[in-house]
Design a protein around this ligand. Structure first.
Ligand SMILES: Nc1nc2c(c(=O)[nH]1)N[C@H]1C(S)=C(S)[C@@H](COP(=O)(O)OP(=O)(O)OC[C@H]3O[C@@H](n4cnc5c(=O)[nH]c(N)nc54)[C@H](O)[C@@H]3O)O[C@H]1N2
Ligand SMILES: Nc1nc2c(c(=O)[nH]1)N[C@H]1C(S)=C(S)[C@@H](COP(=O)(O)OP(=O)(O)OC[C@H]3O[C@@H](n4cnc5c(=O)[nH]c(N)nc54)[C@H](O)[C@@H]3O)O[C@H]1N2
Ligand SMILES: [Mo]
Length: 759
């Protein structure tokens, strides 16, 4: 039997620190996974469930968006995928009795870890105005309450419909359809905090906001640059792909302020030799300063331009626009400035250049280390310049590879979860469903928080996620949420967003990926799109955590019928019964989904079209791939300050905390740690093991403080620090966002370290 959740929530944070590891996965990974999984689900369910992850008749792993290889091992099993599954398939339950014992005022004092560990939500729960306890309500009453508040608004734009990235294509399509029939484009999503900068940069330069490589391209590449990403923790299955690429002769450059164990050496748990010795992955490690990437790629571009025969002139001539202006800016790149911005040496950059010039097929992969800075969009555009120069887009073994986070975040966007939908998408919706969708832009995450703060938005509805913990500026966000009339969360697990509510609140419990979805039309499956634009089916097999759960599509359909009533000509009832009827509509609205139902029957799924990848066609404003020439930016710090990045430990999934260890970084039993370069620490007088407050400095002059962090001397780049999210979100100012994409700049927060007020 699985163990009980923790009853009390003591201050568990007592970090113990050892040397960081230099290899990822291997035997310790398997032992660790099984311990966490068995604690949640017991031995038998652990074995049964883990065998079904990413198998052809199974469910899509609710962990990351990394694609599945064609030829799977019995279990394309990864430690952190298994933890994500165990969190969902847990045998622990949060019942109405739990809410009777724990008023909201109590839940609000609990840690995110404690809340998540309580188990799966079982009943729709309602918090009445002025009440301190959630009480069970029938579903129909829950929909009545939402309808009451929505129809009482002065304008549909006073409602917000947030989406996290686990929502299936079918649910996402229905959800945006409902929001637009209701009359608003207020569809903020987790992508706004995640890869929005990638989408902004790629749309403008290559005409599509998605990556241009498939798994096979990785296997054929000569050079793979992994910048601003920690795959050993966040995309563990990517390590197998990198290992295979290496055995085919690829070389790897890692660009990161931290030496991450996974990129150093990978012990493949699928092979006996891998298990013990492992493969070295990184050939060249560029330990860059936070925010130095644009300067690095700009200088590499200058050096390529100065090398005889290095530019792919035929490609540049035929397929690109803006070359002259870009080349002029690149030629002006300055060595000294680049060395300052990056903290790298001339020899390192020369070595990188020689690897770049030796490669005929280059791929650049990146994640949050590139997207969450003020100048993220120009940084990613510079990566595109770099690839365009040598013709590395639209040929095998080459291209852009933004590695997505949530397992269906890319699919949700494809389905129209976007506050700034393309007119062509709205035209297609209008034609198919016969209503006039709103045309004005809606709020993204940051604007949604401001709208609640300023009483311009009054109903907040979330399809998954944990908005208050994931968003920046925690105190501002929580105060904004509390101003809402009604907050509604469609959720699988308890989290802080259920405890920081509007005047009224609802929790609507839903099925997870692992669970059987039985509707009037029989057993249903859903579909997802991975990071490489592959679409495939996902079918849950476990019995639902409670008989009261509704699927996400069913919740949207019932809500839509209740709210829109006779006004809607959309067949919501039919959609709820049979998701194939939803897919038929998707096929008629979203390009690339023709014959959706037939094609998704192939267990391997199908690839969505990608004009630059497939035919070197660039659907941009100029009809070509666009070079760009933004000024180089990099963070400049006042004396005695550090630049803090807020990142993930090995034992968390975003705001869901699995445990208190970060094994590869040598941290155990605690999350309130700040990693500081030993030289910087010495200059600041911070001994290893001492305690400090992190105080963020922003031009609004407001003091944002996160108290009581244990200092860990750690080999990060000079001037840089790192601490875990979401504990540090309180430090990220709401207005500190990336230009163009408006993504919170949660990887570059200027902080001073002050004598601790709590330890
Ligand atoms: N197990 C697990 N899997 C996950 C998640 C999870 O929380 N847990 N989250 C999912 C989600 S939603 C996402 S978006 C992804 C996130 O995947 P990652 O982006 O890998 O996640 P982070 O922990 O934010 O790591 C950021 C990395 O960028 C580096 N970095 C920071 N600043 C800079 C910089 O200025 N330049 C460069 N070159 N590097 C920098 C950091 O040192 C770190 O290695 O993972 C997904 N998968
Ligand atoms: N400081 C800082 N802040 C960040 C980041 C950072 O690096 N630093 N990263 C940002 C990024 S990349 C992202 S993507 C966001 C993440 O933001 P979110 O996606 O909003 O947050 P999660 O923690 O992934 O959401 C977890 C909750 O989702 C619910 N859930 C899980 N599975 C399902 C399901 O199948 N259906 C439904 N309906 N609910 C489900 C559970 O109730 C769980 O508590 O955070 C962002 N915030
Ligand atoms: Mo993300």
């Amino acid at each position: 039997m699985a163990g009980k959740p923790p009853q009390s929530d003591p201050v568990q944070d007592a970090p113990q620190v050892a040397e960081p590891k230099h290899a990822a996965a291997g035997l310790p990974a398997i032992g660790h996974t099984l311990r966490i999984a068995q604690r949640q689900m017991g031995v038998k369910r652990t074995a049964l469930t883990l065998l079904r992850v990413n198998q052809k008749d199974g469910f899509d792993c609710p962990g990351c968006a990394w694609p599945e290889p064609e030829h799977r091992h019995t279990a394309e099993f990864c430690e952190n995928g298994a933890k994500a599954v165990a969190e969902e398939a847990t045998l622990r339950r949060v019942t109405p009795d739990f809410f009777a014992a724990h008023p909201v005022s109590d839940l609000a004092t609990r840690s995110g870890y404690w809340l998540g560990q309580q188990g799966r939500l079982t009943h729709p729960m309602y918090l009445a105005e002025g009440a301190d306890r959630y009480e069970a309500v029938p579903w129909e009453r829950a929909f009545d309450i939402i309808a009451e508040e929505l129809t009482g608004l002065d304008s549909p734009d006073e409602a917000l419909f947030y989406t996290s990235g686990r929502t299936s294509n079918e649910a996402a399509f229905l959800y945006q359809l409902f929001a637009r029939e209701f009359g608003t484009n207020n569809l903020p999503d987790c992508s706004n905090m995640c890869h929005e900068s990638s989408g902004s940069a790629l749309n403008e330069t290559i005409g599509i906001g998605k990556g241009s490589v498939l798994l096979d391209d990785l296997y054929q590449a000569d050079l793979i640059i992994v910048a601003g990403q920690n795959p050993g923790t966040n995309h563990p299955r990517m390590l197998s792909a990198l290992e295979k690429a290496k055995s085919n002769g690829a070389r790897i450059i890692t660009v990161n302020p931290l030496p991450e164990a996974g990129m150093e050496r990978f012990k493949n748990p699928q092979t006996p030799q891998g298990m013990f010795k492992g493969a070295a992955l990184t050939d060249l490690f560029l330990q860059i300063r936070i925010g130095g990437d644009q300067a690095l790629f700009r200088l590499l571009n200058k050096l390529i331009l100065e090398t005889e025969g290095a530019v792919d002139e035929a490609f540049v001539g035929e397929h690109t626009h803006g070359y002259e202006e870009f080349a002029e800016a690149a030629r002006a790149a300055d060595w000294d400035e680049t060395l300052t911005a990056t903290g790298l040496t001339r020899a390192q950059i020369d070595e990188a250049l020689s690897m770049v010039l030796a490669s005929k097929r280059t791929i650049v992969c990146w994640a949050m280390g590139l997207t969450q800075h003020k100048h993220s969009v120009p940084t990613i555009r510079e990566v595109v310049n770099f690839l365009l120069l040598r013709g590395n887009i639209g040929r095998p073994g080459a291209g852009v590879c933004p590695v997505r986070g949530h397992s269906n975040v890319q699919g949700d966007r494809t389905m129209g979860i976007f506050e700034r939908p393309a007119p062509a998408f709205l035209d297609a919706l209008e034609k198919e469903f016969g209503f006039a969708p709103p045309r004005g832009h809606g709020y993204d995450v940051v604007r949604a928080i401001r709208a609640m703060r300023d009483d311009k938005a009054k109903v907040f509805f979330a399809m998954g996620g944990n908005f208050v913990s994931a968003s920046p500026d925690t105190e501002v966000t929580e105060a904004a949420m509390r101003r809402a009339r009604l907050t509604v969360h469609v959720s699988t697990k308890l989290n802080r967003s259920h405890a920081v509510t509007g005047a009224r609140a609802l929790i609507l419990p839903t099925l997870g990926r692992t669970e059987r979805d039985l509707q009037g039309g029989g057993e249903q499956f859903v579909t997802v799109e991975d990071s490489m634009g592959m679409v495939h089916a996902s079918r849950g097999r476990l019995d639902p955590a409670s008989t009261q759960l509704l699927s996400e599509p069913a919740i949207v359909c019932r809500l839509a019928r209740r709210v829109l009533g006779e006004d809607s000509r959309t067949p919501w009832e039919e959609f709820e019964k049979d998701y194939a009827t939803v897919r038929d509509r998707i096929a008629r609205v979203v390009p690339g989904f023709d014959d959706f139902n037939a094609r998704v029957a192939d267990p391997a799924g199908f690839a969505l079209p990608h004009a630059p990848r497939d035919e070197r066609r660039f659907p941009t404003a100029t009809g070509k791939a666009n070079f760009t020439a933004a000024p180089v930016e990099y963070p400049k710090l006042p004396e005695g300050r550090l630049l803090l990045q807020t990142l993930r430990s090995h034992d968390q999934y975003n705001t869901t905390i699995y445990g208190l260890d970060d094994r590869y970084r040598g941290i155990k039993n605690g999350r309130r740690v700040v990693l500081v370069n030993p030289e910087d620490a010495r200059e600041l007088g911070l001994a290893d093991g001492s305690y400090t407050d992190l105080v963020s400095e922003w031009k609004d002059g407001v003091e944002r403080r996160a108290a009581g962090f244990r200092v860990v001397h750690y080999p990060t780049a000079r001037g840089c620090a790192a601490a875990y999210y979401p504990e540090t979100n309180v430090l990220v100012p709401l207005d500190a966002t990336a230009d163009t994409s408006n993504t919170p700049a949660s990887k570059s927060v200027v902080v001073r370290l002050e004598q601790s007020t709590t330890n």
